[in-house]
Write a protein that binds this ligand. Structure first.
Ligand code: SF4
Length: 439
């Protein structure tokens, strides 16, 4: 049996893409290995969002050379966003690479690998950037509890710091019937928590012949596959968030009360320079509406600190935003210049020291806000789906609330895959410590 070593970098959409590619190769007689030295085929599914993610992959090139000295028939492929971004240049810089395949060409991988094996010549496949979803009807799953479903790919926004539209293309929504087919497969396999994926799920439906929007898709999934207990979605753009979506989150039982709504900055000046197409006031209105319609809903976000031209005032506007909104949690990144993005033309004038100083201050403010939001749950009982054992104590189990809060409890038996009501007793960092109600 030929052995496949597949490593995924980056977002959940990459995870789902890797799962699909793995399924296609298993159908062609491969088996997976977690030992890279054993592999006949190595695939890296890559991420271009930040320079750090790219350097991790470039740093591995030397290793491929050594592995090929041991196994000259080894095939090495770079897949995903870095493949689309760098294309054929990969071969020039790294002769040990045999395959460069973009996110739009994933379904071609088994044939491309066979061609490479037979002809020992590299293959480049990056010509389907704006074509329909490449893993349609690939239902392979590597897990059995939590499932990922891509509902659309690409993005029509053009945030100045973002490379995604150039590696994932323009927005293309999948036909809702194909999504329902995939949801039925997950329902039949007993999946308990499904995450719908897209760079901007809120604009789902644009460009489809059928007239349907994202809230309409949620309603359809609720009606067609009611056997799936939990439904989530990521990522939303504030400009396309609205009452209809929040109402669907309130009224549809399977839709979990967690909203991830990246804002990136609390300064209107920076939002304009990022081309986020909305103001801080607009964002605040959406948050007020969400919290009115989904009072127990949780809210998380993303911030970029140190964007070119960010003044002390811009930074303080962002700090004030964090303190005012009290997000349940936030991913806060230092600005990282990306090739081919409009922001690259702006002088990266916030020094690394200043970026780091501002970063630490925002992290501390967010930590205080998260703690306050979590402490407010002490004494309450939350429904938790248990997913794994604690790394430190095998009789302690880790799960997630509907609000995506991490909860740890003790149990006398294995409760992975089960729903339990958990009483929240205390908070440790971003984790809720509890006990199973009635135990
Ligand atoms: S909305 Fe902006 S940040 Fe998000 S993927 Fe699209 S261009 Fe990138």
């Amino acid at each position: 049996m030929k052995k496949l070593y597949l490593q995924t970098f980056g977002c959940q959409m990459n995870e789902r893409d890797s799962e699909g590619v793995q399924g296609l190769l298993l159908d062609r007689g491969f088996e997976t290995t977690s030992t890279i030295e054993e592999a006949d085929l190595i695939l890296y599914n890559t991420c271009s969002v930040r320079d750090h993610a790219e350097q991790k992959v470039f740093g591995r090139m030397g290793h491929f050379r050594k592995l090929k000295q041991i196994n000259p028939n080894l095939i090495v492929g770079i897949v995903g966003c870095m493949a689309q971004e760098h294309g054929g240049n990969f071969f020039k810089k790294n002769p040990e690479i045999d395959l460069v395949c973009g996110p739009g060409n994933l379904n071609q991988i088994p044939d491309l690998v066979e061609e490479i094996r037979l002809q020992r010549a590299p293959r480049l496949a990056i010509d389907r950037l704006n074509e329909e979803y490449s893993l349609e009807n690939v239902h392979h799953r590597s897990g059995e509890l939590k499932g990922l479903v891509t509902i659309m790919t690409g993005c029509d926004h053009r945030c100045t710091y973002c490379i995604v539209p150039y590696t994932r293309g323009d927005e293309r929504s999948r036909n809702s019937e194909n999504i329902i087919k995939e949801m039925r497969d997950l329902e039949a396999k007993g999946f308990k928590d499904v995450m719908l994926l897209g760079q901007n799920v809120n604009s789902y439906g644009k460009g489809l012949e059928e007239s349907i929007d994202f809230a309409g898709l949620l309603e359809k999934i609720q009606k067609e596959t009611p056997g799936i207990p939990r439904l989530r979605f990521i990522t939303s753009h504030p400009k396309d968030a609205h009452t209809r979506l929040f109402t669907a989150m309130r009224d549809l039982p399977m839709v979990c009360e967690h909203m991830h709504l990246p804002v990136q900055s609390g300064s209107n000046r920076t939002l304009r320079r990022m081309k986020r197409e909305h103001t801080r006031e607009w964002y605040l209105e959406q948050i007020e509406e969400y919290r009115k319609l989904v009072p127990d809903g949780t809210l998380t976000t993303d911030f970029i600190v140190g964007f070119p031209g960010e003044t002390e005032k811009d930074f303080l506007d962002t700090l004030e935003f964090i303190e005012r909104i009290e997000f349940d949690s936030a991913f806060i990144f230092q600005y990282s210049p990306r090739p081919g993005t409009p922001a690259l033309k702006l002088e990266d004038d916030v020094t690394p020291q200043e970026k780091s100083r501002r970063h630490q201050i925002l992290l501390a403010a967010q930590k205080a806000a998260s703690l306050k939001r979590n402490q407010a749950l002490i004494g309450r009982t939350e429904e938790v789906l248990f997913e794994s054992r604690s790394k430190r104590d095998e009789m302690r189990f880790v799960g997630r609330t509907r609000g995506y809060k991490r909860v740890v409890v003790s149990a006398e038996r294995d409760i992975i895959g089960e729903f339990h009501q958990a009483k929240i007793l205390s908070v440790a960092d971003e984790t809720l410590l509890g006990e199973i109600a009635g135990q």
